[in-house]
Design a protein around this ligand. Structure first.
Ligand SMILES: NC(=O)c1ccc[n+]([C@@H]2O[C@H](COP(=O)([O-])OP(=O)(O)OC[C@H]3O[C@@H](n4cnc5c(N)ncnc54)[C@H](OP(=O)(O)O)[C@@H]3O)[C@@H](O)[C@H]2O)c1
Length: 728
């Protein structure tokens, strides 16, 4: 890109129009290899026109903005998107979206707005690229899916300024050579309101075809899945729009392809530019692998030094410099090996993407597959035919997988002979417990270690004891993930909200705060709070802490977000906090629903509601409250914020510490567990599954059923509770 920029500079300074234009054209031919495009007189004419435009506009630099449509759950790319949002899944060793941001930066775009509606706190990780790339990255968060046009209306204030410059809109799934500078020139030259990039396809009948005037690029109409041939160019998902286009879009779920573009075309103000070079929508595994081939092919033409060389390399191969390749391997064509990978001796890899931290053992053979982060492929294993391994999957020695789609953390101990989705018990559960899950808790008990589809009960063990609910949620999610809605609708009626525990310090009359602060100074209580809310049964997960906006604000800035936990802040103003590991929610139910769904149900271990008064008034004795951990302040302290009393008809003490004293305050730690069914019958801890009165049958409760409690509490019970044996 350096050369074309230099050429433009010369053009601006000197104004030698003809010469500069010719130089520029020649440069592009060299850089992008567009011999076909160059032969078209149309390309020549718009280049010259655009040059004139730039001269007439003066010598000011371009300060353009762009919006990338990031929304969507990325279900087609699961199981990879169970670990990270789709735009952060690596493609050719860097997050997909980074390819686009870098291309935008390269042509002088100064600000990129990411239109997000999913895992906003994870997308905030992209902020780290702001500094590296020297480009401003902001977020526009949908609270409901707004389609492909609604997000533009939502981000209106971010996109429009007084410069009047057009802005780019990119679909985050698309990978191409991004000829964005040429698109700017094209746009300025035709003088219309909007430009779209189109790409040629072999089978136009499968797509929405853009019918356009070949000589000018003016779009005449769109034909959805044409039965007879009307053209072979389809929307490539890259647009350049004048600010006035936003005036055409209402803030509601709207389709830019179906509702906005046809109207602009009807006004003769929509133009299409044929995209030179490759293009691929990499939103699903088959296309991802095909796109990798096209990308590496293009990389060979543009900067072949980035590709690996050597006697063990065949064709185009990208290897991160930190990856280690053993003796006697044969790698390629069309392979990307990410950072920290270990490829042992004698391995054969072709047409595959190996993500960071993967270990491929001796003589394994992988083709046409994607190997998720930190997975292990055993010796002499053969992985092929669009096998997709999620994060940290372990394929045992000599295993054959033919098109298996394997969820994260699974161990593959027997071969997968035909393409199927493999939902085995997660690996971690093996180490947690070897006992089968009870029917009474899960509604199903069929997996028990065998390879099987949809053995939901294992999910319950995975999340450490939230049996009924987790099982249900996992089931729901899997059904959604793979599009088995029918199965979902015919299955049990499943809850869509997660369960939680409360952690609070309260006086005898349930005072919890004064003047927006804690009215006592108890470092050991803060330590207890940190330990209980941070500890997880699964080392790769974290807990979530739910709090009201005022409680969030009461935490000193230097201590927030509370580290190592997902901070969920409840506020009705829906402001997204510009920080990693913080997410805002507009209601308690939406927060609990969000945490119950993928991917949170896979990455979050326990959910703790931590205050303050307003939040606890709605959650303390709620049907989904599994346990209440109270630091009981025995000394009288004045408060102005209070919570309701604990309902002892529902909560039974589990653990109580001896009376302690600190800074003249007497206090003790007490944990109560939810021991009887709430009215909606969602939580039952009885081993016999009957919903009897607690007092009459407390001997029937099984301690093990409370293993969802934080370990430090679960284990302490025997030590402190006088009646522990009777409850056992
Ligand atoms: N002792 C303890 O363990 C403990 C723990 C935590 C807090 N505290 C104390 O409690 C006090 C703060 O409690 P508080 O009752 O004043 O405030 P709070 O519950 O922390 O926060 C209230 C705010 O949360 C948002 N909110 C409330 N209900 C909501 C709902 N259903 N959906 C969405 N958002 C909702 C609203 O934010 P918007 O106004 O932004 O919409 C509301 O103003 C402080 O003194 C603090 O120190 C004590």
């Amino acid at each position: 890109m350096a050369k074309p920029r230099f050429t433009w500079a010369a053009l601006f300074v000197g104004g030698h129009l003809t010469l500069s234009c010719a130089l520029f054209q020649r440069d592009l031919l060299n850089v992008f290899g567009w011999e076909d495009a160059a032969s078209s007189s149309f390309v020549l004419s718009w280049m010259c026109l655009s040059t004139r435009f730039w001269l007439s506009k003066g010598r000011r630099s371009i300060r353009m903005k762009a919006l990338i449509l990031v929304g969507g759950l990325g279900t087609r790319l699961r199981p990879l998107t169970l670990s990270v949002p789709k735009p952060l899944v690596e493609f050719a060793n860097k997050p997909m979206i980074l390819h686009q941001i870098e291309a935008l930066k390269a042509i002088g775009v100064t600000e990129v707005v990411l239109a997000i509606n999913y895992q906003p706190e994870l997308m905030l990780n992209l902020k780290e690229f702001e500094k590296k790339l020297e480009i401003k990255i902001t977020f526009s968060q949908e609270t409901e899916p707004l389609g492909t046009a609604g997000p533009l209306a939502l981000a209106r204030d971010k996109l429009i300024d007084d410069s009047g410059e057009p802005f780019f809109v990119l679909n985050s799934d698309v990978i191409s050579e991004y000829p964005l500078k040429q698109m700017v020139d094209f746009h300025k030259a035709h003088g219309g309101e909007a430009s779209i990039m189109v790409t040629k396809v072999d089978e136009p009948s499968k797509y929405g075809v853009v019918v356009m005037e070949e000589s000018t690029g003016k779009v005449e109409r769109f034909v959805e899945k044409p039965k007879t041939f009307v053209g072979n160019k389809i929307n490539a998902g890259i647009y350049l729009l004048n600010p006035s286009v936003i005036d055409r879009i209402e803030l509601r779920p709207t389709s830019i392809e179906k509702e906005v573009f046809p109207k602009i075309a009807a006004d003769n103000k929509l133009y299409a530019m044929v995209l030179p070079g490759f293009w691929m929508d990499i939103g699903q595994p088959r296309d991802y692998i095909a796109g990798l081939r096209l990308y590496l092919d293009s990389l060979r033409k543009k900067s072949s030094t980035k590709l690996a060389t050597g006697p063990h390399i065949v064709g185009n191969v990208l290897v991160d410099e930190t990856a280690k390749i053993g003796e006697g391997c044969l790698i390629g064509p069309d392979v990307a090996i990410g950072p920290g990978c270990i490829v042992e001796s004698g391995v054969r890899l072709s047409r595959c993407s190996v993500m960071s931290g993967v270990c491929i053992k001796q003589h394994a053979c992988i083709s046409s597959s994607i190997i998720g982060w930190q997975s292990t492929v055993g010796r002499w294993a053969r992985v092929e035919n669009l096998t997709i391994l999620g994060e940290k999957v372990q394929v045992y020695d000599e295993i054959y997988t033919n098109g298996g789609v394997v969820l994260p953390y699974r161990k593959i101990k027997s071969s997968i002979l035909k393409p199927e989705i493999v939902i085995l018990p997660p690996r971690l559960s093996d180490s947690l417990s070897q006992k089968p899950v009870r029917d009474s808790d899960s509604g199903s008990c069929e997996a028990k270690g065998k390879m099987a589809k949809l053995r939901f009960t294992w999910a319950a063990r995975f999340v450490g004891g939230h049996l009924t609910l987790s099982c249900a949620l996992f089931q729901c999610d899997l059904l959604n993930v793979f599009g088995w809605e029918d199965a979902a609708s015919s299955s049990l009626r499943l809850s869509s909200m997660t369960i939680y525990q409360v952690v609070v310090a309260a006086t005898r009359d349930m005072g919890i705060g004064k003047g927006g602060k804690l009215p006592w100074r108890l470092p050991s209580d803060l330590k207890f709070f940190k330990e209980i809310t941070s500890g997880t049964t699964d080392p790769v997960k974290q807990n979530a802490v739910l709090m009201g906006r005022k409680t969030w604000e009461s935490i000193p800035v230097r201590y927030r977000p509370l580290p190592g936990r997902l901070n969920v802040v409840l506020t009705r103003s829906f402001e997204i906090k510009n920080e990693a590991n913080v997410v805002t929610c507009g209601s308690i139910s939406s927060a609990l629903e969000m945490l119950a769904k993928a991917p949170y149900c896979f990455s979050i271990d326990k959910v703790f509601v931590i205050g303050g008064g307003q939040i606890l008034r709605e959650t303390l004795n709620g049907p989904r409250c599994d346990a209440i951990h109270v630091t009981r302040i025995e000394t009288s302290v004045e408060c102005d914020t209070f919570i309701p009393s604990i309902d002892f008809s529902m909560f039974q003490p589990w653990y109580s510490s001896p009376l302690l004293v600190e800074n003249g305050i007497q206090y003790s730690f007490v944990t109560y567990v939810h021991v009887r069914n709430s009215e909606d019958g969602t939580i039952a801890r009885k081993t016999d599954g009957k919903c009897n009165d607690v007092k009459s049958n407390s001997n029937g409760f099984e301690v093990e059923n409370f293993s969802f409690l934080p370990k430090m509490i679960f284990e302490k019970r025997d030590k402190y509770m006088p009646h522990s044996r009777s409850i056992k």
